[in-house]
Design a protein around this ligand. Structure first.
Ligand code: GDP
Ligand code: MG
Length: 370
């Protein structure tokens, strides 16, 4: 299906219509400015013009928000972004809480009060790790379905006394589908009589081959309850990050993904976002999903107001016109007119989709009644 007119595509990229027509012609597609093209073609054109396109569905591609890809020499190392997954009651929440407490800065500040959907741990040697604190498979799947890739690796929590369970297998599938490496945290090793080696064997039948068995998946035996080997787990994460060679440009307008959002009584719309590249500054004009606004404040995961943050930072942003959805992309744009334009474009798109869904629903109902 056709998703965008050639003119609109040109507008999104701030390119001349004629140039887009020419590019299409080179690809063997004859189209005038007013004609519409499909998502595959649009994506190719976008790449041809040196922009990145984000695929939001099989036949939809989100355009215009994503700037040109960053040059290699502008990229610097960034902290890894980690999601914790695993079967219910295997200790995901306990582990997230325990890891949060290892933060050196937070300990100095005398404890952490803030609970936002993501937090960063500062290691003693200056390294940092960002944890996404929405470990539910549904949130992860929803984000992936929307084309958002936020996590660099998954820590798979498996309780030593329970072993591999259905949601463990589901998590393995998600990680494999998303092409994200796993680190296995065998939890609850404080319990008497548990056998962590059995867990490793069980994982083998799900194509997760741990290092001890000749594979390349790291395993750390931990106890979230007693705080055992949390340093080893963090080390494993840093090691995996080095293998992945995670980098992002710092010196450019920020771009990232909304992790969660809500309407706060006193503060208005609040979105927890993950900055994925660039630097986000107070006063920036941000488009997030169909919402936009000038950032009134940026609040970090330790509840501290900050002026600016860089790649892999999880922060709350205040000043948006409304509440964006989890998995929505956010981008800093050059001015309010541009923000309004993109926001209106997306609002119209959302409306179209809603109407289409309604239409489809009616069809089904009519069929059922026939
Ligand atoms: P989640 O459902 O995966 O988030 O699991 P929770 O973190 O809520 O933990 C489930 C239960 O296991 C709770 O009763 C925890 O106290 C307990 N638990 C978590 N980690 C450990 C651990 O390392 N050792 C022991 N003995 N119990 C644990
Ligand atoms: Mg939990």
């Amino acid at each position: 299906p056709e998703v965008i007119t050639v003119q609109e595509l040109a507008n999104r990229m701030a390119a001349r219509g004629g140039e887009v027509v020419k590019a299409l012609f080179r690809m063997g597609v004859m189209a005038t400015l007013t004609q519409s093209i499909d998502a595959d073609t649009a994506e190719l054109v976008v790449q041809e013009f040196g922009h990145r396109a984000r695929r939001v569905a099989d036949n939809d591609v989100e355009l215009g928000l994503v700037g040109p890809a960053d040059a290699d020499d502008t990229m610097t190392p960034r902290p890894p972004v980690v999601t914790i997954m695993g079967h219910v009651d295997h200790g995901k929440t306990s582990l997230l809480d325990a890891l949060r407490k290892t933060d050196v800065a937070a300990r100095e500040a005398g404890g952490i009060t803030q609970h936002i959907g993501a937090y960063q741990v500062n290691l003693p040697d200056g390294e940092r790790v960002t944890f996404i604190d929405t470990p539910g498979h549904e949130a992860f799947t929803a984000m992936r379905a929307r084309g958002a890739s936020v996590t660099d690796m998954v820590v798979l929590v498996v309780a030593a006394d329970d072993g591999v369970m259905p949601q463990t297998i589901e998590a393995i599938r998600h990680a494999k589908a998303a092409n994200v490496p796993l680190i296995v945290a065998v939890n609850k090793i404080d319990k008497p009589g548990v056998n962590p080696a059995r867990v490793q064997q069980e994982l083998l039948s799900h194509d997760v081959v741990v290092e001890d068995l000749g594979g390349d998946t790291q395993v750390v035996l931990v106890s979230a309850k007693e705080g055992t080997n949390l340093d080893k787990l963090l080390e494993a994460i840093i090691l995996q990050a080095e293998v992945l060679d995670l980098r992002a440009a710092v010196d450019r307008p920020a771009e990232g993904t909304v992790i969660e959002s809500r309407l706060d009584k006193g503060r208005g719309p609040v979105a927890t976002v993950l900055v994925q590249r660039g630097t986000l500054r107070q006063g920036d004009i941000v488009v997030a999903g169909a919402e936009w606004g000038r950032l009134r404040a940026i609040v970090d995961d330790k509840a501290k107001t900050v002026k600016e943050v860089g790649p892999s930072a999880p922060v709350e942003i205040l000043g948006l016109s409304g509440v964006p959805g989890a998995g929505d992309v956010f981008t800093v744009v050059e001015n309010e007119a541009r923000a309004r334009e993109i926001s209106e474009f997306r609002t119209a798109k959302l409306r179209e989709k809603a109407v289409a869904a309604l239409g489809a629903g009616r069809g089904t109902l009519a069929e059922m009644l026939a």
